[in-house]
Design a protein around this ligand. Sequence first.
Ligand SMILES: Nc1ncnc2c1ncn2[C@@H]1O[C@H](COP(=O)(O)OP(=O)(O)OP(=O)(O)O)[C@@H](O)[C@H]1O
Ligand SMILES: [Mg+2]
Length: 483
Amino acid sequence: MCATTVAKSTTATFKRRQDDADAFDFAGATPPKRTPRRIPAHNQQPLRPRERDAIIQSLRAGVTPRCGLPHIQVGRDGEIAAMREDIERIQDGGASIRFIIGEYGSGKSFFLQLTRAIALESDLVTLHADLAPDRRLCATQGQARNLYAELAHNMATRAKPEGNAMKSVVERFVAAVRKRADATGVSVAHLISAQLAHFSEHVGGYDFASVIHAYWEACERGNEERKNNAVRWLRGEFTHRADARNALGVRSIVDDDRMYDHLKLLGLFVHQAGYGGLLVCLDEMVNLYKLANGPARMANYEQVLRICNDCLQGSAAHIGFLMGGTPDFLFDPHKGLYSYEALHSRLAENTFARNAGVVDYTAPTLHLANLSPEDLLALLHNIRHVYAAGNASQRLLPDEALHAFLAHCALCIGQEYFRTPRNTIKEFVNLLAVLAQNPALHWSELLPQVCVSPDRESGMSDALGDDMSQRATDDSGLVSFQL
Ligand SMILES: Nc1ncnc2c1ncn2[C@@H]1O[C@H](COP(=O)(O)OP(=O)(O)OP(=O)(O)O)[C@@H](O)[C@H]1O
Ligand SMILES: [Mg+2]
């Protein structure tokens, strides 16, 4: 049988099965109700050597570690409590959206990663990606699909926190359905159809369900290639409809227009697979603000509005969004989210909270306060602890050295040393590295040589912004070249 015939017959079979499914109320067709898991406290597990190395290397490079964050985290208690509530809401079938706003280097990426780690512990599936010139929420030349593909590539679960978890999520769905089929005597095919029947009410849902079906059939037949194709489709890796039709018998692919619809479908699907829901973390949203092409920027903000409306009005389920950006990205009246009136009204600050000098942690925008000097001291304690692999006897510096180090940084760069702590942290780790390799040296000899500079937005971002404006111009069809 040729590929197209197989494809057609699969779609037809699925349609038939879905009709059957609609006609009967199968025993156990809906997934068993989850008892909401208590969200665990995020500290203090033993420090593994791999985590220790990852933390130290990331801090030294000035980036947020991808694992072991609770070992160094300081402050942010109110914000984290708010995130835990959001996670509970997602588990209960609701939706949430938060804009994490902070200056360059104030800890936005750290906070996003920390929330992601809490979500994974709470049995959510997470997706994360940085926006970039070729990764946006709305586009016409594949940039939105690129963003989806990056998110899907980074899909993580508690068992696979490092990413690439799409296949294991689908496996978990299939395994759960198989188990129920064994228990109820209803065929797996019928159960899958019944369980995903409501997907056809959503944009792209019919093909999504067909692909899951194709995956299960490929499992039954031991057809690895088809299984891989199904996973590739779910990860948005098909770029041509014809290829998807030949490989899986579906007419659509995840393209620019459908990327958000597919995220919503993923939220529903991971719930069906037995997870609490989906958390989507989008960092470097400032890249949208940097789009020089007004219509392209507005189109992206419209997409943000759509997500905002769905999450705030309750029309999305089992999904949450975290978007990290700078104050410019939010407040700029000409190019920021506030330049779009509908978003301005939804994201406007709570004036009662402001006048009372308190923080409203239920608002969609969370402004990350700067870390305090006390926070930074606690952070140095944590880093020293991690550097010593959790072994107090191997600490390289006494407490007085930490105070002296901070005093030195304050002299060099003033308040910046704790407001945007990236460079302070880098220099501290460098100091530890030198002491670790040269036990004969004393910290007091090295301290005057520590040279810490204020953290600034890298020129790279601007360059990317320019690049993006170039591409944005492409979007409007007016191509210009610049040497
Ligand atoms: N609450 C925190 N606890 C411990 N370390 C933190 C905390 N917040 C930030 N850091 C550390 O501060 C540094 C800068 O944080 P991060 O990279 O998250 O900033 P950012 O706001 O994302 O910066 P950028 O605007 O450049 O993307 C990182 O080394 C991070 O590990
Ligand atoms: Mg960042």
